[in-house]
Design a protein around this ligand. Structure first.
Ligand SMILES: C[S@@+](CC[C@H](N)C(=O)[O-])C[C@H]1O[C@@H](n2cnc3c(N)ncnc32)[C@H](O)[C@@H]1O
Length: 464
């Protein structure tokens, strides 16, 4: 008896290899970004190429460098003149930027290190795939270092960014303002870097080279100096103005961010004295501003608006049904202590870390089990809030990592029976009218012992 199923016949390898895989996935006139080497990236490129028009791909596409004979704006942003990193950059930094030239480090995304920072290229693609267009509004309720608001504004998409940490608000706002900051005072600041270093040292403290001892509970000398007199004196604006001319809030914040960044480096490494480190970082910061403004070429006023807030994702200060898309990454269930990471900066800002801690998702609870239960409770509230503020037929994408061996310990179940956090999130979201559409898996490089994968989970709001 003949079977009904059509049997696939073997093909001539010469024909298959000569044709290649890409023409089956992409139209011939689309040229993919170089260094695109992960499956999830190929998937995002595939969706982008199917969802966007050619004009949209040129203007806002993430994974293509050319459409026919037109270079994409993403390509220009990542490679546009001036191309070089400053001469002083370490070989490690140089190699990082080269390898990740199209993924990260462009525009102001590369300013200030932040753990768990998104690759902006991936965010750009997700904004496109969620169907957001210029003039729409996207929300990141846990914005961290602000990748979503900054990328959205470059794409003409308005944004609301929220984080429980006031340092994240400062960091994101400063990176956003830097897209259109005036360059003249920055050039003056570079010429007077030594004076500025002294001013900031007096105002917020002096870093002690190589004082950070990893995996050691002793307080660093740098922190000790500053925790005792951690007040940021407002008269610094006047004293800065004496040195470099008119200093507005944007310039002050930008210079302070460079100082804090350099202080962090000095804490971690003795390679350069703190003053040299500050000069090097400031040079890089000014370079970043010049590079993106060169690409924007006077169109800074067309950047979309970003409403950057300090707040709680579990009860957001936003109207019902007002955003066209949501994109965020929550902390892990046994979270990085973001407040401890930023304690130096938070103390300078006069913040009470213990009070802030009570609102941080992933930090509540003592035992692993308790932490897990609080986490689930908090994530459920956040999903309810997302459903409340999202318009119907719109997407909410959550990027979430899971650590099955820690969950197995916490819940006392064998690892193979653990339900990953990405699956738990899908179940938690369902009762709020957020239905699962697609999950993409992505490897986390460099964390092989603790967390190997994270998941890009896309949900659709199916009821109003
Ligand atoms: C994984 S990080 C986000 C990183 C971000 N995607 C980026 O590109 O930088 C998670 C963030 O959630 C924030 N967070 C924790 N609890 C929060 C809460 N209740 N409301 C708002 N943000 C919170 C943390 O401060 C942290 O910045």
């Amino acid at each position: 008896m003949k079977s009904n199923t059509t049997c696939k016949k073997s093909k001539n390898p010469i024909d298959v290899l000569m044709e290649g895989m890409y023409p089956r996935l992409f139209p011939e006139n689309l040229i993919l970004s170089p260094h695109l080497n992960e499956v999830y990236e190929l998937a995002l490129a595939y969706y982008e190429s199917n969802i966007l028009s050619e004009d949209e791909l040129v203007e806002n596409g993430a994974y293509f460098v050319r459409v026919g004979d037109r270079m994409t704006r993403h390509f220009q942003m990542c490679t546009g003149e001036p191309l070089r990193l400053p001469m002083h950059s370490s070989s490690r930094l140089r190699s990082f930027f080269e390898k990740n030239q199209f993924r990260t480090g462009y525009a102001t995304h590369g300013l200030f290190p932040y753990r768990g920072k998104f690759h902006p290229q991936m965010i750009k693609a997700l904004i496109n795939i969620m169907g957001l267009k210029p003039g729409d509004t996207i929300l990141d309720p846990m914005m961290g270092s602000g990748t979503v608001p900054i990328e959205a504004s470059l794409m003409g998409v308005n944004s609301i960014g929220i984080d429980a940490s006031p340092f994240c608000r400062f960091l994101t706002q400063t990176k956003y303002n830097a897209l259109a900051i005036s360059q003249k005072p920055l050039d003056e600041a570079l010429k007077n870097a030594e004076d500025l270093f002294k001013l900031f040292s007096e105002a917020v403290g002096v870093p002690v080279s190589g004082s950070k001892i990893r995996n050691h509970s002793r307080k660093t000398e740098f922190s000790e100096v500053n925790e005792s007199n951690a007040t940021f004196k407002p008269d610094i604006v006047l004293r800065l103005s004496d040195r470099i001319g008119d200093v507005n809030r944007h310039v002050l914040d930008f210079l302070l961010l460079a100082y804090l960044d350099s202080a962090g480096y000095s804490e971690r490494s003795k390679r350069k004295p703190p003053m040299e480190q500050f000069k090097a970082i400031l040079e890089r910061y000014v370079f970043v501003v010049k590079k993106i403004q060169y690409i924007l070429d006077g169109s800074e006023s067309l950047l979309a608006a970003a409403d950057i807030q300090q707040g709680d994702a579990r009860s957001m200060n936003i109207e019902d049904v007002c955003v066209d898309g949501i994109l965020f990454s929550p902390p892990y269930s046994f979270a990085i202590d973001y407040l401890a990471n930023d304690s130096f900066h938070l103390k300078i800002m006069g913040e009470n870390i213990e009070r802030l801690k009570a609102n941080m998702v992933g930090l509540r609870g003592k035992t692993l089990k308790e932490k897990y239960l609080f986490y689930i409770e908090d994530m459920s509230k956040i999903l309810a809030e997302c459903a409340r503020v999202l318009k119907p037929e719109r997407f909410c994408t959550i990027i979430i990592g899971t650590n099955d061996s820690q969950l197995s310990n916490a819940l006392d179940v064998p690892e193979e029976k653990v339900k990953g956090l990405h699956k738990i999130i899908i179940d938690l979201a369902q009762p709020f009218g957020l239905s699962h559409v697609r999950t993409l898996e992505r490897q986390i490089l460099g964390m092989a012992n603790t967390m190997r994968h994270e998941y890009i989970v896309t949900l659709l709001k199916t009821c109003s």
